[in-house]
Design a protein around this ligand. Structure first.
Ligand SMILES: [Cu+2]
Length: 156
């Protein structure tokens, strides 16, 4: 199992090297799996409190995600430790978590992820599209496993 994990990480690492350039991990031409970065005024806004209880608290509740809708997430770290709010499919989050384990100090500037220190806040706007199940995750090592995730389908 350990060997499998390692080879996946190496494969990811070498593919990003092959992509070339000075990679600050911002993925200029990244293809997203469950939509794309939101533009303009979001259809609705939801505040997301990140807690040391390893939970995201959505206010108001997320409810259903609709194909084509843009949500503005006002993300705030209400804990005492670093947390992250990342939007993707299950595969994205597994890959991301493996990289975080390998390189825990990596800073993420991806349009689908915000990484916040205690007390910090940021806005992440996302347009949800497609049929894949959305996984909201904190990929700080150990947090996802401890339950810092929400899984939700996109409705037509
Ligand atoms: Cu976390």
């Amino acid at each position: 199992m350990k060997c499998v994990t390692r080879s996946i990480v190496l494969a990811l690492f070498s593919s990003s090297l092959m992509a070339g350039g000075t990679d600050d991990h911002s993925h200029g031409n990244m293809k997203f799996s469950v939509g794309e970065p939101g533009k303009g005024i979001p259809d609705r806004s939801i505040s997301v409190s990140m807690r040391d209880t390893m939970r995201f608290v959505f206010e108001p509740a997320l409810g259903e995600l609709r194909h084509g809708e843009t949500i503005g997430f006002e993300v705030r770290n209400d804990g005492q430790i670093q947390h992250e709010f990342s939007i993707g499919n299950a595969e994205d989050q597994v890959k991301h978590a493996l990289m975080m384990k390998k390189m825990p100090d990596m800073k993420h500037n991806d349009p689908n992820t915000v990484s916040l220190t205690p007390g910090e806040s940021a806005t992440l706007s996302w347009k949800f599209m497609g049929k894949e199940t959305v996984v909201f995750a904190c990929n700080i090592p150990g947090h996802f496993e401890a339950g810092m995730k929400n899984v939700l389908a996109i409705k037509e």
